[in-house]
Design a protein around this ligand. Sequence first.
Ligand SMILES: NC(=O)c1ccc[n+]([C@@H]2O[C@H](COP(=O)([O-])OP(=O)(O)OC[C@H]3O[C@@H](n4cnc5c(N)ncnc54)[C@H](O)[C@@H]3O)[C@@H](O)[C@H]2O)c1
Length: 255
Amino acid sequence: MNLNDLKIIVTGAASGMGRHFALRLAELGASVAAADLNTEGLESLKAEAADFPGKVITFETNVASEDDVVALINGTYEQFGGLNGLVNNAGIFRDGLLVKKDKTTGNVKRMSLKNWQMVIDVDLTGPFLCTREFAAKVIETDTKQAVVINISSVSRHGNPGQSNYSAAKAGLAADTKLWAMELARYGIRVAAIAPGFVDTPILQGMRPEVLDKMLKGVAMRRTGTPEELFLGVKFIVECDYFTGRCLDIDGGTFM
Ligand SMILES: NC(=O)c1ccc[n+]([C@@H]2O[C@H](COP(=O)([O-])OP(=O)(O)OC[C@H]3O[C@@H](n4cnc5c(N)ncnc54)[C@H](O)[C@@H]3O)[C@@H](O)[C@H]2O)c1
């Protein structure tokens, strides 16, 4: 597919990687619907992209809300007169061990159901709702070619302290394959990118010594940049023979 012909939704576009993807896509001529909970971030994104060749429109969207997602898909289609791309990027984490014994009191702390559910809702149910509504719209409007890009994570292999996040990102990688198989007959490709540690606001808040320790497991010994991840987005859009697979862009991170 040609970037100029893209009418694409990017979720979680107010910050970090999603923001970079939205800006770069618009810079290269794509029409971009930026969706996020953070309305201030969306406004500044729109202002930043004002002179870009591709148009940026914004939607205040909670990807875990069915009503919001339906409104996002219909609104984008109406405003752009079409829809042929989706980047499922919005994501959160709420890390914690499954159970942890306090050395002093002997009490066993548990990962709360709330923190489990919150991450599953945003990181797995969100992409499910967005992809379901996107695919239905593509089929109903007889759109010939379309692409979905799921942002998974190296944590999908199972990262201690991330029961909720690893489960969501592994589920998303599995769905990438089966959605590719289910949707190919409608001209829809579905692929994933699994980033390692990327330099976004999430990591910028981390203590340097914690980050240093994490980078010991990375062959390149550094974090990735949003632009390095964008190269994966661009490749997936442009390569019409790529579907059902997950691109690991992680500098050689082994968990
Ligand atoms: N940064 C990393 O090191 C890293 C590594 C692997 C995977 N990822 C994944 O990449 C994606 C982007 O991460 P990032 O580092 O840019 O994070 P970020 O926190 O900078 O951006 C995430 C965006 O998602 C939005 N968001 C959160 N919940 C939402 C919801 N319910 N509905 C709509 N929007 C919502 C936030 O407002 C924010 O703008 C996430 O899916 C994350 O899990 C990040």
